[in-house]
Structures are given as structure tokens and as C-alpha cells.
Design a protein around this ligand. Sequence first.
Ligand code: 6PG
Length: 250
Amino acid sequence: MSSSVEIRTLTTPQELFEAGAELVAHAAKEAVDERGRFTIALSGGSTPRSMYNLLATNARTSLPWDRMFFFWGDERHVPPANEESNYRMANEAMLAKVPVPQENVFRIPAENPDAGLAAEAYEATLRKFFALDPGQLPVFDLILLGLGPDGHTASLFPDTAALQEKSRLVVANWVEKFKTHRITFTLPVINSARCVVFLVSGSDKAIPLQSVLQSDAPGDKYPAKLVRPPNGKLIWLLDRAAASGLSTAA
Ligand code: 6PG
């Protein structure tokens, strides 16, 4: 199990996003104070957009952006200008609005028509940035994740090949229901983080969240269950709507 699992339920989505932004800001300051830099992998989808906006608005002048290094935990197989791009979302919501040096931003090169080559290139980027020896895993200060309605996280979808990957850092994962590849961190990378934070909002996540947190459903069916950083913190930041299916007795 993780060294610690924390579930925090906020009343409204706005309070959730504020709590998420505060958590990221605190983690950034602490990492820079302790290790001289902050490494974060951003999540995609729609939930984190408001939190990214808040960080750009509220922390534009208070964070050590030049010592902060941004990666993505997954990416759709599209160019960076595509409206589906997780890079585009985070760049528009936050990175383009703050004084982070461009060389501190490492997007997944998902414009490559060969998703496998894009994954290999991003893995090489991680190995170089973290100066990894063969077999060594990167240790991110913070990895942000979301939860899909089917229990997926990053682009680790139920019953997909990436769930079984034990040595690669980044893979192209074929997602049959979308008839496309996604490029994603593997579980070894996610579970190597110092801290993993799930940001989950909305009543449509209540049922998958209950399955992930309070059922014995298999991890292959609910991949978010497989996120358990043995040497890191695991924090679930929820709003009341997402948490509405959780039994408080648990
Ligand atoms: C993606 C994300 C994915 C996302 C969940 C939740 O590429 O879409 O990485 O894992 O976090 O699907 O998405 P929403 O926040 O849009 O509900």
C-alpha cells in the first residue's frame, strides 16, 4: 500500500480547484527549498483546467516558476494545436500565462504519426532529464491524475496492454473504444512519485470512485486502483458530488 493515503472532500468544485492549486503551490515551494527544483506531471481532460487557471492567476508572482519543470502523464495522439491536446489545455490555462521558461516545459511529441516513436522519444526525454541508469525510475515530486468514468487514469484504460507494462516508462497504448493510441506514463513511473494527487469532480465520477476506493473490483477493470506509490503520498481531492457514492463508514 502507499506510505499514506489521504481522502479530502471539498464541498464545491471551486473549493476543490482552490485546494488543488494550494497543494501544487505548497509542493512546488517545498521541493525547490529541499531539492532546488520541482518536477510535476500534469493530467489532462477537463477537470484540471480550472485549477491550472487558478495557479496562473493566484500564484503567478509567488512561485519559483524558473525552478519548476512540467511534464504530462499522458497525451492524446494529436498535434499540440489540436483541441484534444492535453498540452494545449494546460498551456492555454496556465503555462502561457506564467514566467516558466520554455525549456522547462516537456510536452509529449504526439504529433508523430507513429505513436510508438512518440512514446520512445518521451521516454528518452525522461531518462535524460532525470539522468536515469538502465532500470532506474524517475521520481516526480508530484503527479496529477484524473479519473475517467470507466475507472481509467492517465491513459491507462481498463483491459489495455499498458496495464501490464513493468519496465518501460512511457508507452503507446491502443484504446479500442476510441480506435486510437494514447501515449501514457506506465504504472511503474506513476507509482515511483513522491506524491500522486487525484483531482476528481462531479457526480458522474461517483460510481467509478466508489468502485476504485471501496470495492474489491480488479485493477484491470479500474486501473486507478493500481496507483499505489509505495514510497509516496497518495491524495484523493474530491468534491462532494464525486464523493457522493462513498460510504462514510469505510
Ligand atoms: C486524459 C486524461 C484522463 C482524464 C480522465 C478524466 O487524457 O483525458 O489524462 O485520464 O484525467 O479521463 O477526464 P475529465 O477530467 O475530463 O473527466
